[in-house]
Design a protein around this ligand. Structure first.
Ligand code: NDP
Length: 253
């Protein structure tokens, strides 16, 4: 099991204040990594950092807006300064809203791309620059979505689908470009997961989604952490440019 351990490594997780990112940060700390946890709002990060410290781990909360290059650079500077560099970066912050493409305002389309695509690019680029500067091998993991593979129904989320398809292919491009520096880049594509992101839509949509999922239910964020630990660890040392779908079978039929 030592292959899956993260002792001595430092990790950054964006979107760590809730949902998937929060569970990944907790798992990384349990696996032995020092973790920088980032989001726009500070208070939930402080609470998570305290939980991780109570469990004997190390976590530093960093307020960051991943759509802003200066904010991302400042985040990486803190990681470098306080954790001595970075080995693992999880580019996970993301947003959604339900809105059809026909009448969508350009600003609404752009807003989703700014966070879900630009935010992933800026975070991954800054992390890779730090790794290269310190000649450290690294693992970058992006959170894409099954929405990058299929078009969700009955809700209309074309702007989100476009953003996640972009993340999957951006991940492959980074995998090829960063490989000479011994930096691996992979994406995770979850299906419907019960987090704060989908909470506002559950009452109306859960009964419509579940019959489309072979396992018959939505996933829990805890059910994703295994793949994030694997991709961060030396157990996945020959894996780069891959996208892992974890969706209860949704995309099979
Ligand atoms: P949550 O809404 O629970 O968490 C989103 C996180 O992103 C929060 O910590 C939020 O904190 C942070 N965030 C949002 N915008 C920014 C920003 N501009 N800068 C920094 N942080 C930001 O969502 P999930 O955990 O469900 O989603 C995590 C990822 O998983 C997203 O990329 C999402 O698209 C993807 N995903 C989720 C699925 C699901 O069904 N839940 C399915 C497939 C993919 P704050 O508001 O404080 O900034």
């Amino acid at each position: 099991m030592n292959l899956f351990g993260l002792h001595g490594k430092s990790a950054l997780v964006t979107g760590a204040s809730s949902g998937i990112g929060k569970r990944v940060a907790l798992a990384y700390a349990q696996a032995g990594a020092a973790v920088a946890i980032a989001a726009r709002h500070h208070e939930p990060l402080q609470e998570l950092a305290a939980d991780i410290a109570d469990g004997g781990g190390t976590a530093i909360p960093i307020t960051c807006d991943v759509t802003q290059p200066e904010s991302v650079d400042a985040m990486l500077n803190r990681v470098d300064h306080e954790l001595g560099g970075i080995d693992i970066a999880v580019c996970n912050a993301g947003i959604i809203n339900f809105d059809g493409l026909l009448d969508m305002r350009p600003e609404e389309f752009q807003k989703i791309q700014d966070t879900n695509v630009n935010g992933v690019f800026l975070t991954a680029q800054a992390a890779a620059k730090s790794m290269v500067a310190r000649q450290r091998a690294g693992s970058i993991i992006t959170t894409a979505s099954m929405s990058g593979h299929i078009v969700n129904t009955p809700q209309q989320v074309g702007h989100y689908c476009a953003s996640k398809a972009a993340v999957i292919h951006l991940t492959k491009a980074m995998a090829v470009e960063f490989a000479p520096h011994n930096i691996r880049v992979n994406s995770v594509s979850p299906g419907y997961i019960l987090t704060e992101l989908v909470e506002p839509y559950i009452a109306e949509y859960q009964a419509l989604w579940e019959p489309k999922i072979p396992l018959g239910r939505l996933g829990r964020p805890e059910e994703l952490v295994g793949i994030y630990v694997y991709l961060a660890s030396d157990a996945s040392s020959y894996m780069t440019g891959s996208d892992i779908v974890i969706d209860g079978g949704y995309t099979c039929w």
